[in-house]
Design a protein around this ligand. Structure first.
Ligand SMILES: [Ca+2]
Ligand SMILES: [Ca+2]
Length: 208
């Protein structure tokens, strides 16, 4: 029986002997897709705020994307919490999702941004004497300031085409209406989202 000497390791082979058996064996970290809980809140009738929480093994490596009628992205903090306020381009659908560094994505959360049309209340022409009339009214809307009220019929015919509302939605001005032009005056307003009110009317009439 021949006993062979064990082969001698070169110094290079010795250096590269695997060391893993002396280390604690651990599972490789797995990258899971983020999941998302998100809410939409309308601010002042003109902005939308998206806020919520991303769950991921590493929330700060994820990003929340807002797509559709509002566009933006938000970086979650280490707890996964995020908040972003955006001005929509118009009414309609907005979807929100989260993606991590490897583009693993959460499901989409879908929202529908809608708004109410404005209403003109108390449209009235008050006779002040001579040919002077005080025209007034109030626009009721989620964002009633700075809207343009347009006039038709008597007011339009005598050169009063439009007026912008005050911050509280009110409008008021004096008009000179010749007796020959008396009749119905009308008004209408469109809000910032392109929603138009019903037409309102008032009578400008000189008593006999
Ligand atoms: Ca992940
Ligand atoms: Ca509105």
């Amino acid at each position: 029986m021949t006993v062979r000497n064990a082969p001698r390791l070169t110094s290079a082979a010795r250096r590269f002997r695997p060391q893993v058996e002396w280390l604690e064996q651990r599972d490789c970290p797995t990258n899971v897709a983020p999941s998302l809980v998100v809410n939409m809140e309308v601010v002042n009738d003109s902005e939308v705020r998206f806020y919520g929480q991303v769950t991921d093994e590493s929330p700060t490596t994820t990003m929340v994307y807002i797509d559709g009628q509002a566009l933006g992205m938000a970086q979650p903090n280490s707890n996964g919490e995020f908040s972003i306020t955006l001005t929509p381009m118009g009414l309609g659908n907005v979807s929100v999702y989260a993606a991590d560094e490897e583009w693993l994505m959460s499901a989409n959360s879908n929202f529908n941004f809608q708004n109410s049309p404005p209403v003109i209340e108390g449209f009235f022409a008050e006779f002040l004497g001579g040919t002077t009339w005080k025209i007034s009214g109030r626009v009721v809307d989620g964002a009633p300031g700075g809207l343009t009220v347009t006039f038709g019929d008597v007011l339009f015919n005598t050169g009063y085409y439009s007026i912008d509302t005050q911050a509280d939605g009110t409008f008021e001005f004096c008009a000179e209406i010749p007796e020959a032009e008396e009749g119905i005056a009308s008004a209408q307003v469109t809000d910032q989202w392109g929603l138009t009110s019903a037409l309102v009317q008032t009578l400008i009439e000189y008593s006999a």
